[in-house]
Ligand binder design. Structure first.
Ligand code: IPM
Ligand code: MG
Length: 357
């Protein structure tokens, strides 16, 4: 029997609660679809800092590099805000992304029919939304040098650098093209080319690449306009291709179209090694430990792990269908409260999903 090795990083805040749900889901699916799953849990984020004074310990990173896929919940807590930047949980996450060379972050945004009333936007605006944000993840302003803070006598100066090379733009564009080809062949590349040189290079490179694919329809949009269009008429988008920071911001924005950021999964990939599959939301320390978090974004990330990371397509489809069924039956966690549904806990939501598998 095929055995898949998974590393699970449950991290901080609500991480352990939502991880419990995904662990049970993986075990049930592996029984149903006849594969073995070995789950190794490692410390990562704030919890790893507590033990090793390092949010991304080498032992954890090594385990991640040698498994088939990594399932990550979330990291961070305001209690680490005062730490030097490199010791913060978020820096651990950036280290994981860059060490595993996960340059492509895929964030699908699909409206689930049963949740249409939970969005803060009108039904007519969101009903046909089905888009994917393809975000460059290991370069841009997040990693650009020089960066720093210079302390002078009476004032401080801080700076970061937004930088891209042609090859970095090309490889993420290639991913976006491959994804668009399996969808509706439309890519909207989002930049700020009216102001930034780095965006001029981005636009030129994306346009040059797209020329090689006759079937691809490429459009370009400035990021401020893209933010507006995502609220005004989100169904115009198919694949949104963008840089690291614009993708960070636009994907939170796009997540809310679905009613809750607790619904959005993501995959961070490269062309060879294991990918990292994680919900888009953060660690929500304010509700941690209360068993009220929404485990669905992580469960949907688990479905992406099964499909993309392990090629267990049937198991992935089964899981997505199970989640849809639970939602259609009117069960919700409190973030999705529309006044009409039955509100259940995180673990109960897990049980409901398991029942449908
Ligand atoms: C995300 C998060 C991270 C990011 C943080 C936690 C470093 O917001 O995955 O979108 O900015 O990339
Ligand atoms: Mg973000």
């Amino acid at each position: 029997m095929l055995t898949h090795k998974i590393v699970l990083l449950s991290g901080d805040g609500i991480g352990p609660e939502i991880s419990e749900v995904s662990k049970k889901i993986l075990l049930k699916l592996s029984n149903k679809f006849n594969f073995n799953i070995e789950i190794e849990e490692e410390l990562f984020g704030g919890i790893a800092f507590e033990k090793f004074e390092d949010p991304a310990p080498k032992s954890t990173l090594d385990k991640c590099k040698s498994c088939d896929a990594v399932l990550l919940a979330c990291v961070g807590d305001s209690k680490y805000d005062q730490l030097p930047r490199e010791l913060r949980p978020e820096s651990g996450l950036l280290k994981l992304r860059s060490d595993l060379n996960l340059f492509a972050n895929i964030r699908p945004v699909k409206i689930r029919n049963s949740l249409i009333e939970s969005s803060s936007l009108k039904k007519e605006v969101i009903q046909n939304v089905d888009l994917v944000v393809v975000r460059e993840l290991t370069s841009g302003i997040y990693f650009g040098e020089p960066r720093g803070i210079i302390k002078n006598k009476n004032k401080e100066r801080a700076f970061n650098t937004m930088v891209y090379n042609t090859d970095e733009i090309e490889r993420i564009t290639e991913i976006a093209i491959q994804i668009a080809k399996k969808r509706n062949n439309r890519i909207c590349s989002v930049d700020k080319a009216n102001v930034l040189e780095v965006s001029q290079l981005w636009r030129k490179t994306v346009e040059n690449m797209a020329k090689n694919y006759k079937e691809i329809h490429l459009s370009n949009m400035y990021v401020d306009n893209a933010a507006m269009q995502l609220i005004r008429d989100p169904s115009q988008f198919d694949v949104i291709l963008t840089n690291n920071i614009f993708g960070d911001i636009l994907s939170d924005l796009a997540a809310m179209l679905t009613g809750s950021i607790g619904m959005l999964p993501s995959a961070s990939l490269n062309n060879i090694g294991p990918g990292v599959f994680e919900p888009v939301h953060g660690s929500a320390p304010d509700i941690a430990g209360q068993n009220i978090a929404n485990p669905i974004a992580m469960a949907l990330s688990t479905a992406m792990l099964l499909r993309i990371g392990l090629n267990q397509i049937q198991a992935a489809e089964n899981l997505e269908l199970a989640i849809d069924n639970v939602l259609s039956k009117g069960f919700r966690t409190s973030d999705l409260d529309d006044g009409k549904s039955e509100i259940i806990s995180c673990s109960k939501m897990g049980e409901k999903i398991l029942e449908e598998i």
